[in-house]
Design a protein around this ligand. Structure first.
Ligand SMILES: NC(=O)c1ccc[n+]([C@@H]2O[C@H](COP(=O)([O-])OP(=O)(O)OC[C@H]3O[C@@H](n4cnc5c(N)ncnc54)[C@H](O)[C@@H]3O)[C@@H](O)[C@H]2O)c1
Ligand SMILES: [Mg+2]
Ligand SMILES: [Mg+2]
Ligand SMILES: [Mg+2]
Ligand SMILES: [Zn+2]
Length: 455
């Protein structure tokens, strides 16, 4: 960032903190990108306004589409900051529909929580998946956006930002002309992801109007190909590459891009693992915009009734922060593959014929020997590696002695709340390091800390 840009950003942040709406609006019209930029302390304008109770500025920034989920270096959102400083009116503004929620569901925790991989920037329009001619028109439409995947890795461009401090990984958005030859190849898989969402989803009053307008909007497709990566990169004129096969690379995307990748990658992973009919072993045909594989054998049992083998699968996984009966410690474990010093929430696949609460109790007891009583759902997260749905819970321990199942985890311990806070909020990783903010494990831990700190 040049010194002029730095100075403009400082003036913008000061204006937000002071509540000078006019100055904020003027600077926004001159430098729109400034809206989410963060100053030296990691705070953006929304956080500054939230800290100082500047209602009008918060309203103006939201109107201009600022990112209300962005976090400062202590992992706090603007909502966390407003809550901490007691600005309830700002919490309501940042929480959106909280007032209505309080009225119809009194007592329900309203802390807005959006997990990485969860953001839906597209309207899936599932009813259009069977409309072949609409789909073909969309495929050829020059406004249509194509995302290209090679062996499940998305094609990205890499751009430097913020004086090289932060490197942003952005999905390459290709056009029909770029991919049309690839689409003709028999091994290419094409997935209809949806259409772009309208700016104001509440604006149309009837469903027929909604139908009319949504269908006009630009469509997005994912294209999966296992051909030579070097050849595929020629589809794009910009400098780009395929993300490395390390799952941490997927955590470098923006929230918007991560949401689309979660959808595309899970469906493509299903195609790559389920090429043959799981019921009779025959070949299959891709249908419904990539959301179904039908068996080619007309005698196959999967042709009758609804067969879940024909649709992309989602595997439920429970992930839980277990709280000590004393209330001031939580149970964290580590797998051998974790980086040194890192501990996380316990987790495990839900088994057939098992409810979420029982899966939590069973997995915790299997892995740590601790018996769990009440279980409370907090939030969920799609985890596209390849297609888990993480179901995040808080659970209360009934016993405290730990016996680690060494086949699954290497260690499990009770950690005092203060030590967890030091790591989470102050970045002190000398005694404990936690998973990054993009994981629901991190968000569950943060949720517990927030819940119990009278913020
Ligand atoms: N987003 C997060 O914060 C986060 C944190 C922890 C774990 N996870 C994910 O949750 C998943 C499950 O956690 P875990 O490994 O502790 O589970 P787990 O404790 O159930 O143990 C995994 C074992 O369960 C068996 N298994 C049962 N059903 C399975 C299925 N449908 N697919 C694959 N294996 C199955 C396999 O033997 C596997 O080795 C992990 O794969 C990981 O990717 C995500
Ligand atoms: Mg387990
Ligand atoms: Mg486990
Ligand atoms: Mg298990
Ligand atoms: Zn079959």
């Amino acid at each position: 960032m040049s010194s002029v840009e730095e100075e403009t950003l400082q003036r913008f942040l000061d204006a937000a903190a002071r509540g000078d709406v006019n100055h904020v609006t003027t600077l926004l019209s001159q430098v729109p990108l400034i809206i989410n930029q963060r100053g030296t302390n990691g705070w953006n304008a929304l956080m500054m306004a939230a800290r100082n109770g500047q209602y009008d500025v918060v309203e103006e920034l939201l109107k201009h589409g600022c990112d209300k989920f962005s976090v400062n270096s202590s992992s706090q959102t603007a909502h966390d900051i407003a809550k901490f400083w007691g600005h309830r009116h700002i919490c309501n503004l940042l929480g959106g529909a909280n007032d209505v929620c309080q009225r119809v569901l009194p007592g329900v925790d309203q802390t807005p929580q959006e997990n990485y991989f969860s953001r839906e920037t597209l309207e899936r329009l599932s009813e259009k998946r069977t409309d072949k001619s609409w789909m073909e028109d969309k495929e050829r439409d020059p406004r249509t956006v194509y995302l290209l995947f090679n062996n499940l890795s998305p094609m990205v461009g890499v751009s430097q930002r913020d004086q090289g401090e932060r490197v942003e990984t952005k999905l390459c958005r290709l056009k029909y002309e770029d991919v049309k030859n690839l689409l003709n190849k028999p091994t290419t898989v094409l997935i209809f992801l949806g259409v772009e969402k309208r700016k104001n989803p509440l604006s149309s009053s009837t469903s027929s109007q909604k139908e009319g307008t949504s269908c006009e909007l630009p469509a997005w497709f994912a294209v999966g190909s296992d051909e030579d990566a070097g050849e595929l990169l020629k589809c794009c004129s910009d400098k780009c590459c395929f993300l490395k096969k390390d799952h941490r690379e997927l955590l470098k995307l923006s929230e918007d891009d991560a949401g689309v990748v979660a959808q595309a990658r899970s469906v493509l992973a299903w195609h790559s693992r389920y090429s043959w009919c799981p019921t009779c072993g025959s070949g299959t045909r891709v249908e419904e915009g990539g959301y179904k594989r039908s068996c080619l054998n007309s005698e196959c049992r999967s042709q009758q009734g609804v067969h879940n083998t024909c649709y992309p699968r989602v595997d439920p996984v429970v992930i839980m922060l277990v709280i000590h009966p004393g209330g001031n410690q939580c149970l964290l474990g580590r797998k051998k593959i974790f980086p040194a010093g890192m501990f996380s929430c316990l987790a495990g696949f839900v088994e057939a014929g098992e409810c979420v609460e029982e899966a939590v109790r069973r997995e915790v007891e299997e892995e740590s020997g601790v018996k769990v009583g009440p279980v409370h759902y907090v939030s969920s997260q799609p985890w596209p590696l390849p297609s888990s749905l993480m179901i995040g819970c808080l659970a209360v321990a009934m016993t405290t002695s730990i016996t680690v199942d060494e086949n699954e985890i290497e260690d499990a311990q009770w950690f005092p709340r203060q030590q967890v806070m030091d790591s989470l909020l102050r970045g002190d990783r000398s005694k404990l390091s936690l998973p990054p903010r993009q994981t629901i494990a991190h968000q569950l831990i943060k949720h517990w800390i927030n819940m119990t700190s009278n913020l």
